[in-house]
Design a protein around this ligand. Structure first.
Ligand SMILES: O=C(NC/C=C/[C@H]1OC[C@H](O)[C@@H]1O)c1cc([N+](=O)[O-])cc(O)c1O
Ligand SMILES: [Mg+2]
Length: 215
């Protein structure tokens, strides 16, 4: 049978990127997805906004929901200082297997904890299993209908505290209307929209950054 798209993305990394060089992994994936096959990575345009938010927050613990092939995991982890790490959750075992290899090729495996499973099942165990107090930054990029329930679950589990930054991909395309309504109307969040484009296309999309203000 044909290879999968994630497998073809990994091949492009292994062909074009240098082991231990995260920027070359990012460049290889962006080139492949722009010139060969579109794929749902956050991409270079929104990725630059993600970079600026990571640099602004300088987080010690990051949660990423939705790993896919590990593109944004590498973007985030490459900016983290020693001792900081990103925990990334992926439901699809085939995606997770590819992501592990992409992350390894980038040389960032020491800064990444990739967890296979459903966000709703894992979030309640984060404190106990990973010794996390609260997340400094959460990047939401998984199933769009899970953004709101998982945000509420993170709040209930005390994993979002005063100053925690939520950064959500695809708030316009495919769109996350219930999540947007929540963070923009809640008195507990200060929310702003970074207008951009759907990865590798001219369609509008953007990232929503929401800072938790405490209770
Ligand atoms: O569904 C998207 N992301 C969530 C991915 C969900 C998949 O990964 C976990 C699970 O196995 C599911 O099949 C998505 C979709 C588009 N899109 O244009 O359709 C663009 C994006 O940036 C996206 O993150
Ligand atoms: Mg996305």
């Amino acid at each position: 049978t044909r290879t999968s798209r994630p497998q073809r993305i990994l091949k492009a990394v292994q062909r074009k990127a240098t082991v231990g060089d995260p920027q070359s992994v990012i460049t290889a994936i962006d080139h492949f997805c722009r010139h060969r096959e579109w794929a749902m990575n956050v991409g270079d345009e929104k990725g630059s906004i993600l970079d600026s938010v990571v640099n602004e927050v300088s987080p010690v613990t990051v949660l990423e929901l939705g790993t896919y092939c590990g593109y944004s995991t590498v973007r985030i982890a490459r900016l983290l200082p020693p001792g900081a790490c990103v925990i990334t959750l992926e439901f699809n075992p085939d995606y997770a297997a590819i992501a592990r290899q992409v992350i390894k090729w980038s040389g960032l495996e020491d800064k990444v904890q990739l967890v296979e499973g459903a966000s709703g099942d894992w979030i309640p165990w984060m404190k106990e299993h990973f010794g996390v107090q609260a997340f400094d930054l959460v990047f939401l990029d998984h199933w769009k209908e899970r953004y709101l329930p998982d945000t509420k679950l993170l709040e209930e589990c005390g994993l979002i505290q005063k100053g925690t930054v939520l950064l959500a991909d695809n708030v316009i395309c495919p769109g996350t209307p219930d999540y947007l309504e929540y963070v923009r109307n809640s008195p507990h969040y200060n929310s702003q929209y970074y207008r951009s484009h759907l990865e590798y296309t001219k369609a509008e999309d953007g990232l929503e950054k929401s800072v938790f203000l405490g209770y």
